[in-house]
Design a protein around this ligand. Structure first.
Ligand SMILES: *Cc1c(COP(=O)(O)O)cnc(C)c1O
Length: 404
């Protein structure tokens, strides 16, 4: 058996379709973000990162860094075990308290990533609750889809951000079946935000539990960074709020929050929680420092909003089409996979602007885009440089301008 040949055949197919992924090799430099050192031959030595999910630059905040370093010095590197077998440190317990408080819930439970938290929580709920039905928004993230698949329970997909479709689909289910409505607040590719109150009302009407992924909103929305559910005063009506420590909080790990009974249930039955090493205490300490800071400080959120508004208005002024949405995510639509990759390559090579092209299957074919995430550490000059570069490329590549 020539296994390598079997691997190559499928990889070549991916390359032919223009969907083969090439990573940009970068070294983030403390104090310089969003500037980073590029290790690629056909890129300048220093580039500006325009597609990071470290939305507020907390990954280089002195408080967060110091918490991590101090904890490594006092406790060492790894947790040394699963949570059950020697791996629970005071840092994990304190972080779970911090998270429960962030969302106004009784309890929280940590996972090794946001992906794992969705996968583990949804698969456990769907498989352990007798006759459970999971109702999933059509554009939910891969981690939720995989969790639902693994649950092997009855699954219903409702139209993206459409509470009326959800209502119809809930009404068609047996009244006594446990129903779980799974959705996100900020959708990361289009940057749209769900009609949360309407969804919650529909779910309540049918006695369904609500499962909300706030991964792209925690730290960023709400007076204390509790996400869109905090901003809209709806957190107490959501059964389970899931989030990540890897994006706006600048660290790594994932979590769920909810009632004591819910978190204890997942803690006790979820394979993806039980059989894996706990996150390093230093990571937990750093995440807690980041969350604590963002509960008190609006400086980062306000500066981010200002830079998002600035980039949007300059793109509008130059007629460069981008999706209008109420979030911090600015997708510039290219609508062609080859042009999308080419533009990203030129931006990197000639302008030191790093933005990863977003192609199928992450987004539907024909909606290829460059996805920009301006943050508080992008300067006005960074934004001007980006808009000038895009303007030049728009002319050269004869891409359509937005109809004014
Ligand atoms: C990134 C992401 C996750 C996974 O979070 P990680 O901590 O990166 O594993 C979950 N849900 C959504 C919507 C995401 O974009």
């Amino acid at each position: 058996m020539d296994f390598d040949k079997m691997f190559s055949t499928q990889l070549n197919q991916l390359k032919d379709e223009g969907n083969y992924r090439i990573f940009a090799e970068l070294e983030r430099q403390f104090g310089a973000f969003p500037k980073a050192r590029s290790l690629d031959d056909d890129a300048p030595d220093e580039v500006t990162v325009w597609c990071s999910n470290d939305y507020l630059g907390m990954g280089q905040h002195p408080k967060v860094r110091d918490a991590m370093i101090e904890t490594v010095r006092s406790c060492g590197t790894g947790a040394g075990g699963t949570r059950n077998i020697s791996g629970t440190a005071s840092h994990h317990v304190a972080l779970e308290r911090e998270l429960a408080d962030l969302h106004g819930k009784e309890s929280a439970l940590l996972f090794t990533s946001g992906y794992v938290s969705n996968w583990a929580a949804l698969s456990t709920l769907g498989s352990r609750l007798p006759d459970a039905v999971i109702l999933s928004d059509a554009l939910n993230h891969a981690s939720m889809i995989e969790g639902i698949r693994h649950a092997r329970c009855h699954k219903v997909i409702w139209k993206h951000n459409d509470p009326e479709d959800l209502d119809r689909k809930l009404a068609a289910l047996p009244a006594n079946a446990p129903k779980i409505v799974a959705f996100e607040s900020v959708y990361s590719m289009d940057g749209d935000i769900c009609p949360m109150e309407e969804i919650v009302e529909v779910a309540e009407k049918h006695g369904a539990m609500t499962y909300l992924d706030e991964v792209h909103a925690v730290g960023l929305y709400g007076a204390r960074g509790g996400g869109v559910s905090e901003e809209r005063g709806l957190a107490d009506r959501i059964t389970l709020i899931e989030g990540t420590l890897g994006k706006a909080f600048g660290c790594m790990g994932g979590y769920i929050t909810g009632s004591d009974a819910l978190c204890d249930f997942i803690r006790s039955f979820a394979s993806g929680f039980i059989f894996t090493t706990a996150i390093p205490p230093a990571v937990a300490a750093a995440a807690a420092a980041s969350i604590r800071h963002l509960k008190e400080s609006n400086v980062e959120r306000e500066a981010q909003r200002a830079q998002v508004a600035r980039l949007r208005s300059l793109l509008d002024a130059r007629g460069i089409p981008h999706l209008h949405n109420p979030s911090h995510i600015i997708p510039v639509m290219i609508k062609d996979p080859v042009k999308c990759r080419m533009l990203a390559d030129i931006l990197m090579r000639d302008y030191g602007i790093y933005v990863q092209p977003i192609n199928y299957p992450t987004v539907p074919k024909g909606t290829e885009r460059l996805r920009f995430t301006p943050g508080p550490l992008h300067t006005d000059a960074d934004i001007d440089h980006l808009v000038n570069a895009l303007t030049v490329l728009w002319k050269q590549c004869a891409l359509a301008h937005a109809v004014a």
